[in-house]
Design a protein around this ligand. Structure first.
Ligand SMILES: Cc1ncc(COP(=O)(O)O)c(C=O)c1O
Length: 398
């Protein structure tokens, strides 16, 4: 008999995956499904980055590297953190990981003792709860309100912390997936003060840093009030900013003691990151050929279209995202008032997929079942057609 560990069994398969495995099958059968579920830029990796990778291969830079990441790359990351985020780090305060996802996982493993509580604000990125469980921590959800733009209310955060027995960390995500919210420097400072008062480590996932729109500006919480840097682990990477999702490179910056222990753990898991990707990332971080800004502008244009198209639909409310590439409208009215007997967001998404051939992610995957997530990492043509189908679908539903 095959035995599966309790830990593996406890990890839930995301409802996202259930809807998307059907969507993928439909697409494979030649059905024209408009996919609003994409979590990655629909652009190619810029040429100069690919050239750097080709050069690394030609020069046989193909062996194991030091576990924390090649010094040249860590230096480039240090420079980036100084220039973009006004943060000073030393070489032993940086670890390069196989994606930001692995950075979060390794760092959670580094800081969590069994049962330590990690606060996850809702709506959250789908992987956070499973990552906390894998690190033997316990996820505690902080429910934000749509009326407060899905942002953390520091007073309520402090109230929650006071009720916890083993509060250890909070995962902060700005710009955020799925709601596209971006915290101002002042808002971050208020959250920082609460964390300082209760000695809570902040895992600050800044992977969408480069995708901000309108007047929004990205700040790292580590640069808000002086004492908070020592409590913060900054997570970032190149997947979203440089259209490099398949290359797998992320990194974490934080206090030496934490990073050294993370490097120790990684030496027994990934060993090191793909040597070619590391060289490509040095190029990505050191050169600006304008492609990043071009992508950002394209996303901003799509965001404007999506927000306005969604808000034109009766009984639907969508907060204007300020970053990332997702819209997260509330569709609660249609769950409560439909003629098809659909009882929840997953059933609504399944109906939209089957009847209208659009794939949208149910909000329950992010802890908010009143909403749906639309990714606009798709061509304008597809977005226009997809929104037409969505609107028609909702009309047919009531
Ligand atoms: C909020 C958030 N953090 C982290 C990641 C993971 O990024 P990476 O490709 O660097 O592992 C994603 C990817 O979707 C994300 O949405």
């Amino acid at each position: 008999m095959i035995v599966i560990s309790e830990k593996a069994k406890a990890i839930k398969t995301s409802p996202t995956l259930a809807v998307f495995s059907v969507a993928k099958k439909m697409m494979a059968d030649g059905i024209d499904v408009i996919n609003f579920g994409v979590g990655e830029p629909d652009f190619n990796t810029p040429e100069y980055i690919k050239e750097a990778a080709k050069k690394a291969i030609d020069e046989n830079f193909t062996r194991y590297t030091v576990g924390a990441g090649i010094p040249e790359l860590r230096k480039a990351i240090i420079k980036k953190l100084k220039t973009d985020n006004n943060l000073d780090y030393g070489m032993d305060e940086i670890i390069v990981t196989p994606g930001a996802k692995a950075a979060i996982e390794t760092l959670l493993t580094t800081i969590c003792n069994p049962g330590d509580q990690v606060i996850i604000p809702t709506p959250y990125w789908v992987s956070y709860p499973a990552q906390v469980e894998l690190a033997n921590g316990e996820s505690v959800y902080f429910e934000t309100e749509m009326s407060e733009n899905f942002k953390i209310n520091p007073v309520r955060l402090e109230q929650l912390i006071k009720t916890l027995s083993k509060p250890r960390a909070i995962i902060l995500n700005s710009p955020s997936n799925p709601a596209g919210i971006v915290y101002s420097r002042e808002e971050l400072a208020e959250i920082a003060k609460v964390c300082i008062r209760h000695n809570i480590i902040i895992i600050s996932d800044e992977i969408y840093e480069k995708l901000v729109y309108g007047n929004a500006e990205h700040y790292s919480i580590a640069d808000t009030v002086p004492e908070v840097k020592n409590l913060t682990i900054v997570i970032n990477g190149v997947s979203k900013a440089y259209a490099m999702t398949g290359w797998r490179l992320g990194y974490a910056a934080g206090p030496k003691e934490i990073i050294e222990n993370a490097v120790k753990i990684q030496s027994h898991t990934a060993s090191c990151i793909n040597s070619i990707t590391q060289k490509a990332t040095v190029a990505a971080l050191s050169v600006d050929d304008g492609s990043l800004e071009k992508m950002r502008q394209a996303f901003e244009e799509r965001k404007k279209f999506m927000t306005s198209a969604l808000n034109k639909i009766d009984h639907l409310v969508c907060i204007e995202p300020q970053g990332a590439f997702y819209c997260f409208p509330s569709i609660d009215y249609y769950i409560q008032n439909n003629s098809q007997g659909l009882k929840n967001d997953v059933e609504l998404c399944t109906w939209l997929l089957e009847k209208k051939h659009i794939a949208v992610v149910p909000g329950s995957a992010f802890g908010v079942p009143q909403c749906l997530r639309f990714s606009y990492a798709n061509s304008m043509e597809n977005l226009v057609e997809g929104m037409k189908r969505f609107e028609e679908g909702l009309k047919e539903l009531i």
